[in-house]
Structures are given as C-alpha cells and as structure tokens.
Write a protein that binds this ligand. Structure first.
Ligand code: AVJ
Length: 316
C-alpha cells in the first residue's frame, strides 16, 4: 500500500469521514478533461460563453486596465491555462497592438500545458510563449525573480471550487507575489437565481452526471475499487441564499465497496452521499470580503451583456 500517493490518501480520508467527501480536484483525469470540454459546450453551462463574450468584445478595454504601455515589456502569467479559447482573444489584441510581452501558461498537467502551447503557437507564430509546469506557487516563486511587470490571469471561475477561507488564502498568496500596481485578472461567476445556475450543473444530456460519476471510475481504475456506477446518481444542489452550487454522488441503496489498494470496505447507506464539488457564485461584497487585508483592490470590472459573469481587475 502506497500511503504517500495523495489520491489514495485523500480517498481514504474522505470516505472515512461522515459525511463522505472527495475533492473535485480529482475529476480531471484524461476522461474528466474530455468531459469538462463537453460541459463547456453545453447550452446550460452559461459560464464559458459569458466569459468568452467579455474577452471577445472587451479585450481592448481589459488591456487598457492593465496600465502597461506597449513600449514596456511585461509578462502575462496564466494560472491553469485550460484550452485557451478565452485567452486567445486577449493575446490576439495584445499582438495586434504591438505590446511586448511573454505569455506564460502555468499548469500542473504536462498534457494540458503542451496542448495549449501548441494551440497558441499555431495561432500566433510570433507569440513568445514560455510554459511552466508545476504547482502555481512554486512556479510564481521562480517567476518573480524577474523584474518585468506582471499580469496574472485566473479565469473561468476556478476560484469557485475553493471554500471561501482557502480562496482568501489563495488570493493573499498571489498578492504577496505582486509588486505595487501589478494586476490580477480574476474571472468569477456571479450570484444568480437557481433556475439558471442549477441546470448548468444538472444538464439534460447527462454530461455533468457522467463527469461526477467518472470520479468513481477513476478510483476503480487507479485504486482497484469495485464501485458499481449503477449504484450511484449525480445529485446537485443550489440555493441563491447560500450562492454555492454543490455536487454529490448519492448511493441508491445500502451496500459496501471494497478498495483493494487500501484493503478496506466502505459502507454506504441508502441515499448516503459523497460530496464532490462546490462552485461558489460571487458578488462584489463576497469578493471584497475575500480580499480583506490582502493589499488587492478591485479597480475595474468587466461584465457580459447578461451580467452573468465578471472579470475583475485587482490591483496591488
Ligand atoms: C472549472 C471549476 C469553473 O465549477 O463551474 C463544471 C467545473 N463542475 N461543471 C465549475 C465544473 C461541474 C467548473 N470550474
């Protein structure tokens, strides 16, 4: 038993807890990455189109808000670069306007990093692209030895997967890496009604359900478990009052699951859940609270035409 495998350790801890939980961080194996790509294309998942609209229509104003002149060299650092569809608009406008910059996508996954790098270099042969693989903060430590001005991108409402306390710590750590006047462009999904949010996490075609259940498939494959996916169902929840979409896997009946790598059985009651994800929805006030004592200030806010999503410019 390899107890130092973080996946094994977290699955053991999470399934031993009451209520059970496993981090959404583990959704993203190869199949999970592909399912997330499909999620971004579904009609119910409004987040991607809303932020794409902001980037495609307001990239000039976004760039102005960076307060960097096109004679000065700077570094554009993207945390968790994803597929780059949104960033593409920003890069295109920067290149058209002759800005002098290096694009530095940062990701823990070598695979997604090489996909994005290839995509950007095909689209923009003149782009200076310098991908960095690794943990965000380890990479930021390395990058901040250079004295070029920096803009950090953290888009797609990825912050929403963190509980508020962790999100605040994360923003404080980023702030600690910025110098006076440097910026963080933070993309956040805004608080809105249940009839819009819940379907985004409970689509009619069942892709989100497959995405959630894929976590059990991953545990079966990587940890030798015998989860029968038929015994679980995707169970999302959202109230506008709390503003947090939550996903669960709910056991349809009382049964046990064996995990070979742990040599341990885990018991499920009928209707017992494994909590797998939170997706926080924000207001200016919620963000202000996270930013308290961080030295970051909201200096601009870009909205889509439906006011569903916001890209905030935070300045140190
Ligand atoms: C990638 C974290 C923004 O929470 O909306 C989509 C992930 N989960 N559908 C989100 C996700 C279920 C997504 N983020």
């Amino acid at each position: 038993m390899t107890e130092n495998d973080p996946f094994l350790r977290d699955v053991k801890a999470g399934l031993s807890q009451n209520p059970k939980c496993i981090s959404s961080h583990y959704f993203y194996d190869k199949a999970g990455d592909e399912l997330f790509q499909q999620i971004m294309e579904m009609p119910e998942y409004y987040l991607t189109n809303a932020e794409l609209e902001i980037f495609s229509q307001q990239s000039e104003a976004i760039i102005q808000s960076f307060e960097i002149s096109n004679t000065e060299e700077f570094e554009l650092i993207e945390l968790g670069a994803g597929d780059g569809k949104k960033t593409q608009y920003l890069l295109q406008t920067l290149l058209e306007k002759n800005f002098k910059f290096k694009y530095i996508p940062v990701d823990i996954s070598k695979n997604s990093l090489s996909v994005i790098t290839e995509r950007m270099q095909n689209l923009f042969p003149n782009l200076k692209c310098d991908p960095k693989q690794g943990d965000y903060f380890q990479v930021l430590d390395q990058l901040f030895s250079s004295d070029k001005p920096k803009v950090i991108l953290f888009i797609g409402s990825s912050l929403g997967n963190m509980p508020d306390g962790i999100a605040a710590q994360f923003l404080h750590k980023i702030a600690a890496h910025l110098k006076k006047n440097e910026k963080l462009l933070l993309g956040l999904d805004l608080l809105k009604s249940k009839d819009i949010v819940l379907p985004a996490y409970n689509d009619a075609s069942g892709i989100t359900s497959a995405f959630n259940l894929n976590l059990l498939r991953r545990i079966n494959r990587e940890l030798g478990a015998d989860f029968d996916l038929e015994n679980f169902e995707h169970a999302p929840e959202y109230t506008e009052k709390e503003g947090i979409a939550k996903s669960y896997l709910r056991s349809k009946k009382k049964h046990s699951v064996f995990i070979k790598e742990l040599e341990e059985y885990f018991d499920f009651e009928e209707n017992e859940t494994i909590h797998t994800e939170i997706s926080r929805k924000y207001t200016d006030e919620i963000l202000q609270n996270l930013l308290k004592d961080s030295q970051l200030e909201i200096t601009r806010k870009f909205l889509d035409s439906k006011n569903f999503f916001a890209d905030y410019i935070l300045t140190k």
